[in-house]
Design a protein around this ligand. Structure first.
Ligand SMILES: [Zn+2]
Length: 176
């Protein structure tokens, strides 16, 4: 187990090796990633993102749930407060799912999943929980109408065996 003293020590090495004061709250890569909590699929690591480049939202499966949408709505208010406007339209929202995701194990607990997605249990099939390639398409389509016109949205699946991502939903701009 990694204890607090080790975390503090690792952080000291991190803090000594960088400069942070010039980083901005607005992601310098104009990127928001929605990904899974699985320790193998940390979006910053597997996509090679640097500190400050992307906003990352993580939950079980990297799913676009009502909670994800509430988080995005809150972030848009933060952007408004910081910039005085809705934010730049050159922003990219990437949904990142992955193979061997633990959410597939939750198929045995439909009531948990129904609550997670806020849908009736009989509608869970539409969420494609057992197939990350189908699920990422579902989530991009759930997300798209909630985003402002002009931003990009895409869907990726990461293979935990090879370390490679596949672009399942190519980036496309949200239409007005
Ligand atoms: Zn996962």
């Amino acid at each position: 187990m990694i204890h607090t003293d080790e975390l503090v020590e690792r952080n000291a090495g991190f803090a000594d090796g960088g400069s942070f004061a010039d980083l901005r709250l607005m992601p310098s890569g104009s990127l928001t990633v929605i990904g899974c909590v699985d320790p193998r699929v940390d979006p910053s690591h597997v996509l090679g993102l640097s500190l400050g480049e992307a906003a990352v939202i993580r939950n079980v499966g990297g799913r676009v749930t009502p909670a994800t949408l509430r988080t995005l709505a809150m972030l848009s208010k933060v952007v408004q407060a910081r910039t005085g406007g809705p934010g730049p339209t050159d922003h990219h929202y990437a949904v990142l799912h992955h193979t061997d995701c633990g959410i597939t194990d939750l198929a045995a607990f439909p009531e948990l999943l129904a609550d997670y997605f806020d849908v009736p249990a009989e509608d869970l099939d539409a969420k494609a929980v057992s197939d990350p390639f189908a699920a990422v398409r579902v989530d991009v389509e759930t997300l798209r109408p909630r985003l402002r016109a002009g931003v990009l949205v895409s869907g990726l699946v990461y293979d935990v065996a090879t370390g490679r991502v596949e672009v399942v939903v190519p980036p496309a701009r949200v239409e007005a």
